[in-house]
Design a protein around this ligand. Structure first.
Ligand code: ADP
Ligand code: MG
Length: 250
């Protein structure tokens, strides 16, 4: 199958200091693809370059047959409607209610005005994330885990084709992290949304991703299924795996 996102020789430097030095990556359609790597290796920069939020210095990115890196601003904004994203800190509006937050993209990006229709879609999303009762709460009344789920609901309400998660479990305890991991699996499995998961949580990536790509030194140094990556002879990957999967003390 054709990849839903294709990246070729992507490069980005800041003040002469290279971060991405020729990233090649295919994201398979309908899959969960995890991009993993040490913190500061450029995972978020890669994410922003794919989304078109940041302009790469060189290289090309396609979404299906559309080359994002060749698009005019307006066309890019329009195309981005196929993308949903869930940021590190969910980026919700704290003083607004949960309902208002989830309705926001429907009103702003899609221009929906019909209150009943909006309410129906918001309620469906709240039901789907398993929090049907919280619509009237303001965001600052919610726990960290609830916020993350509301953030996912808000990105899903637009019915995206691809959903990006940048470190969705950072700062959450292990139990909540698993809840969010499971939500990613449901988004992918039940809604058929292709997911790009950026994370430094290697065990989670191995548990849920169909494809794993290791970013190091500005390039993808290992990629494939969990099994394939586990067999990589790249030294950094081997070290990472050894530390991440070392046995618990008994
Ligand atoms: N807008 C920016 N201006 C300058 N440097 C940046 C900018 N964004 C990211 N960087 C640098 O690029 C490197 C990679 O950052 P980032 O992609 O956030 O790493 P991570 O893999 O942890 O997500 C870091 O050294 C960071 O300081
Ligand atoms: Mg990051």
């Amino acid at each position: 199958m054709n990849p839903i996102i294709r990246i070729r020789d992507l490069r980005k430097a800041f003040s002469g200091r290279p971060v991405l030095e020729g990233v090649d990556l295919d994201v398979p359609e309908g899959a969960i693809c995890a991009v993993v790597g040490q913190s500061g290796t450029g995972k978020s920069v890669l994410f922003k370059c794919i989304m078109g939020i940041m302009k790469p210095d060189a290289g090309r990115v396609w979404y299906r047959e559309y080359e994002l890196t060749a698009m005019e601003h307006d066309a890019l904004i329009d195309l981005r409607k196929h993308f949903g994203y869930s940021f590190q800190n969910a980026a919700l509006f704290d003083s607004m209610t949960v309902e208002e937050n989830i309705a926001f993209p429907l009103r702003e990006a899609l221009g929906l005005k019909n209150r009943k229709q909006i309410k129906k879609q918001v309620d469906e999303m709240l039901e789907w994330i398993g929090l049907p009762e919280i619509g009237r709460y303001t965001v600052d009344e919610l726990s960290g885990g609830m916020r993350k789920r509301v953030g996912v609901a808000r990105s899903l309400v637009m019915k995206p084709d691809v959903l990006f998660f940048d470190e969705p479990t950072t700062g959450l305890d292990p139990v909540l992290s698993e809840t969010i991991d499971n939500l990613v699996v449901r988004v992918n499995g039940e809604l058929g949304v292709s997911c790009i998961l950026i994370t430094h949580d290697i065990p989670a990536a191995f548990r849920i991703a169909d494809k794993i790509a290791f970013l190091d030194g500005g390039r993808i140094v290992a990629e494939g299924s969990a099994k394939e990556v586990a067999a990589s002879d790249n030294e950094l990957v081997r070290n990472f795996l050894r530390i991440s999967f070392s046995e618990l003390p008994v």
